[in-house]
Structure formats: C-alpha cells, structure tokens
Design a protein around this ligand. Structure first.
Ligand SMILES: NC(=O)c1ccc[n+]([C@@H]2O[C@H](COP(=O)([O-])OP(=O)(O)OC[C@H]3O[C@@H](n4cnc5c(N)ncnc54)[C@H](OP(=O)(O)O)[C@@H]3O)[C@@H](O)[C@H]2O)c1
Length: 339
C-alpha cells in the first residue's frame, strides 16, 4: 500500500517533533515542512534533507541566506494527502480554506477552537470516531494529559465529577518572547477553558482552574475525581500501569519534581528529552471512599506528538486503534521509561 504523504505547515515546537515522528513511520512519507522565518531551524530542516516550503513571495529572503526553498506553502499543500497544521493558535483556522481548495485532509492543534473541525481527538478515547474524517483537531497538551487519566478512571469506576488545578508552565524552553518572571498568574475567568475542552472528547463532568508559573519544563495537574463505583487504589494503579502512554513514577525513587522527570528522559537518551507519556506520581494516588486524588505532569512539547500520528492513521483508516497506537509507541519508544 502507498505511504500516506504528509506535509507539516508550521515547523515549530510541535511541528518539528511531528515531522521527526512521521519520518519514523513506515506507512508515512514526509513531503515537506513550512517556515515563515529564514532562521537556524529552517536551515537545520534543509540540512536534514527535509524539503522546505515558504509563503509566496518570501523565497528570496531564504535564498539570500543560503537556505534552499522547494516551493511555496501552497505547493506543499498540493503535493500531500494530509497536512498537519502546527502553526500558532488561530492561524490554522485561517489556513483551512487552502486545504479545502486542494481537497487535502488536515489535522489542527489545540490552539484552534473545536469548531474549526467539529471533532477533537485523543487516541485512547475516540480513535474510531476519527475514521474517514477530513478535518481533525488534536486537543492541547493539558487536555491530552487530563483525558488519558480520566479515560482510564471513567472506564473503571464511572466519573461522577472531577476537578483539576492546572499549574501551567509559562513558556516553552525556546520561547524567549513570552513568559513571566517572579510571579504567579491565575487564569481568569474561572473555571478555565480546559474542562470544556476535555468534554469535546470525553463526556465527563469536569471543571478546572489554572495558574501560570515561571517555569518551562512541564505542567502539573492536581486532580480530584469522584466516582460512581467505589475505587480500589491497588486496582487503579494496576490498570493505569497497563497503558504505555501513562508513566507511573515514584517520589521514593527520587522523582519528586518535573526537573527530575526531565532528567530521567535525558538519561534515557530521549531526543530533545521528550516525554510523550503522561507522568503520574504513583505515591500521590489517594483513595478516600469514592474520591481519588493524585498529581500528574505533562511535557507540553511532546505529549501530543503520538496523538498526531494516530490521528493520521485513523483518518485514512489504515490501521485499527490498538495496531496504530502500538506502532506509534514502538517507533517513539513510548513505554521504555518504566522504572
Ligand atoms: N508548545 C506547546 O506546548 C503546545 C502543546 C500542545 C499544542 N500546541 C499547539 O500547537 C500549535 C503550534 O504551537 P507551537 O508551540 O508549536 O508554535 P511555535 O513553536 O510558535 O511554532 C509555530 C510554527 O508555525 C510557523 N508560523 C508562524 N506563523 C505562521 C503563519 N502565519 N503561517 C504559517 N506558519 C506560521 C512558525 O514559523 P516561523 O518560526 O518561521 O515563523 C513556526 O514554525 C498551536 O495550536 C498550539 O496551541 C502547543
């Protein structure tokens, strides 16, 4: 069977990771990526052999600094089966008419509104519902993290209500334009948008509040979940540990912070220290009656990468849910961080 031709519009934090992941799949071909600025990232893409596409009329800016351009973004769109749009939030919606014009499928990211596609995706929760769709939105990093944990709990004990406090990293490590210093910024209005975003994928009653913090490594969520059936702590841990995209860590082994989780990824040789897994502190999991409490951490730059790969397979109906997830996980060594 022919490989699925993939283009990445927006080769930034998410786009470059998805591009690398696409290159690891034997059923996909990376046709090219796009950049608007002729910087070192554009140069690196070309030096890795990835064809680079730029906005029309900007070719000279790139060629003036010796960066080879393979065409315009529209040229890229015309050559692919699917575009993964990883442009900054809001730009994806503006790009949608271009994808429609060329009759290509497209995946948008969590910075776009649910309405842009009318369908939001998480591989564990609704892989099968993505089958055959033209437009899919992969939800944000925080929403992906919440969904992975809530999916397992809901399946076991049926969630009656959930509440999460999200302690958000202020900026990504490479983001030298954004960020806050020496302050904490509560997200107002309350509740935050993350609860409704979870409900675009999984129908559970959840509310969230968020606080931006001056850190770049990961987000942390403090969760309280009340269930219909009475949970059992050991059983819950046993079930969570069956999912490769959930990594249970322990404070006893010294992983007591996001810094230490990242250090684990570094020591294991993960590219860009990416943690695709949702990290849950096993020893934080506390059950009192029908109430479950725990902490989890999300590596915002990486957690949505496997979801984008599975979304492609689901849209083209080339693999069943479990097969796609397993193939993606194997290609990215997801699950190998178990300690
Ligand atoms: N970063 C995260 O933590 C994270 C996590 C989950 C989901 N997301 C979502 O993923 C999407 C991308 O975020 P990101 O953090 O990867 O952004 P980013 O690092 O700023 O990268 C955006 C990319 O899009 C390109 N771009 C900028 N303006 C463009 C335009 N008008 N048309 C085409 N390309 C343009 C940029 O190219 P130039 O640099 O050349 O301008 C850059 O390559 C957003 O929806 C975001 O909400 C982000």
């Amino acid at each position: 069977m022919a490989r699925i031709k993939v283009g990445i519009n927006g080769y930034g934090t998410i786009g470059k990771r998805v591009a690398d992941a696409v290159m690891l799949q034997n059923d996909m071909e990376l046709v090219g990526v796009s950049k608007t600025r002729p910087d070192f990232i554009a140069r690196m893409a070309v030096s890795k052999g990835i064809p680079l596409y730029v906005p029309e009329g900007h070719e000279e800016r790139f060629e003036a600094v010796g960066i080879k351009v393979s065409g315009t973004i529209e040229d890229l769109v015309s050559k692919v089966d699917v575009i993964v749009d990883a442009t900054p939030g809001g730009i994806g919606a503006q790009n949608k008419p271009l994808y429609e014009k060329h009759n290509v499928r497209a995946i948008f990211q969590g910075g776009e509104k649910h309405d842009v596609t009318g369908f939001s995706f998480n591989a564990y929760v609704n892989y099968n519902e993505a089958k055959g769709r033209r437009f899919v939105r992969v939800v944000s990093c925080n929403t992906t993290g919440l969904l992975r944990a809530l999916y397992v709990i809901n399946d076991l004990y049926k969630i009656k209500e959930a509440f999460a406090v999200i302690v958000r990293r202020a900026a990504d490590p490479a983001d030298d334009k954004a960020g806050i210093i020496n302050t904490l910024e509560p997200s107002i209005p309350v509740p935050s948008h993350h609860g409704p975003d979870v409900r675009t994928v999984l129908d559970v009653p959840i509310e969230t509040m968020a606080i931006k913090t001056p850190t770049t490594l990961m987000h942390i969520h403090a969760l309280h979940v009340r269930t219909e059936k009475t949970p059992n702590r050991e059983k819950l841990i046993e079930e969570l540990s069956k999912y490769r995209r959930i990594l249970l860590v322990s404070k006893d082994l010294g992983i007591k912070s996001t810094a230490k989780a990242i250090e684990l990824a570094r020591d294991l040789g993960r590219k860009r220290y990416d943690i695709y897994e949702l990290v849950i502190w096993k020893d934080s999991i506390t059950v009192k009656g029908n109430d479950i409490y725990f902490y989890q951490a999300v590596h915002q730059e990486a957690i949505v990468v496997p979801e984008n790969i599975d979304a492609i397979r689901a849209m083209f109906e080339v693999a069943d849910k479990d097969d796609s997830i397993e193939k993606t996980d194997r290609s990215l060594s997801i699950g190998d961080m178990s300690i």
